[in-house]
Design a protein around this ligand. Structure first.
Ligand SMILES: [Zn+2]
Length: 98
């Protein structure tokens, strides 16, 4: 192990499992975010943050950002979803201080 942590694990893959559909995928350990085929996005990288866990639960019960936006559009509201933003905020809130 050398001093530069950011480059040590560049090519290392980890087995990631989607919290929503249980799909497994090999992803780079340092990937910033994971986009699953089921539509779930893990914004905290390979380790889910609190926001990701909340998003996964919402996703499981059918509240996807896409659907949320569609519902708002149908109601004549602004077609904008702040889910990823909230997801990331929650992640950052509980991220370990380095
Ligand atoms: Zn999935």
């Amino acid at each position: 192990m050398h001093g530069n942590e950011q480059h040590i694990q560049d090519n290392q893959l980890v087995l990631w499992q989607c919290r929503v559909c249980s799909r497994r995928a090999r992803v780079p350990v340092d990937t910033p975010r994971i986009f699953c085929a089921c539509g779930y996005q893990q914004l905290n990288g390979v380790t889910p943050g609190l926001g990701d866990k909340v998003a996964a639960v919402l996703h499981k019960v059918g509240v996807t950002p896409q659907r949320y936006v569609a519902v708002k559009g149908a109601l004549g509201l602004q077609k904008k979803c702040r889910c990823p933003e909230r997801q990331e905020k929650l992640n950052n809130l509980f991220r370990d201080n380095k």
